[in-house]
Design a protein. Structure first.
Length: 166
């Protein structure tokens, strides 16, 4: 419907919905700085986006309480929203419920494997993302980041990260 036929209430409601949709789209495209093939939405870090009285409130949950990438993620969210025209941005970090690998989207699991990172599974089910052998061994419980372990494939000998199952 043409905006000239909308009441004031309908115009304000339509503007809020448009702003909310735009804010959600902008935030959902922020990538994880440690795994740049995944967005924070795909990882399940992005919990909610709300627009209230011209302020965008973004709620995020870290993969674990000491995740060093969170400050970069917060900076990226603020930056992207500001560039998109949102001047007032509030970020809320919540630890409850605690993040779980169950929040990673199926598309993100496939992207992890394609990127060379074994997706989250119980340790007994880890498969080499390069040759698909089910015989890796842990070299270090911590890989390139604390949420990943460094593995080596017994068949092809290649090292790889495994995104630990939380």
């Amino acid at each position: 419907m043409d905006a000239t036929f909308l009441s004031g209430f309908e115009m304000v409601t339509a503007a809020i919905v448009i702003d909310l949709d735009r804010a959600r789209e902008v935030v959902s495209q922020v990538v994880d700085p440690e795994i740049p093939v995944l967005t924070i939405a795909e990882l399940g870090i992005l919990r909610d986006v709300v627009v209230e009285e011209g302020t965008v409130l973004v709620t995020i949950t870290p993969t674990y309480s000491g995740c060093p990438a969170m400050s970069q993620i917060e900076d990226d969210i603020r930056s992207r929203l500001t560039v998109a025209g949102f001047d007032r941005v509030l970020l809320k970090t919540t630890h409850a419920p605690a993040w779980t690998t169950d929040w990673i989207s199926p598309e993100a699991v496939a992207k992890l494997a394609a990127f060379g990172i074994a997706p989250p599974t119980p340790e007994t089910e880890v498969v080499c993302p390069r040759c698909a052998a089910a015989t890796p061994r842990i070299v270090s419980i911590f890989g390139s980041t604390a949420c990943k372990a460094l593995m080596v494939c017994a068949r092809c000998g290649e090292p790889f990260d495994w995104f630990k199952d939380f």
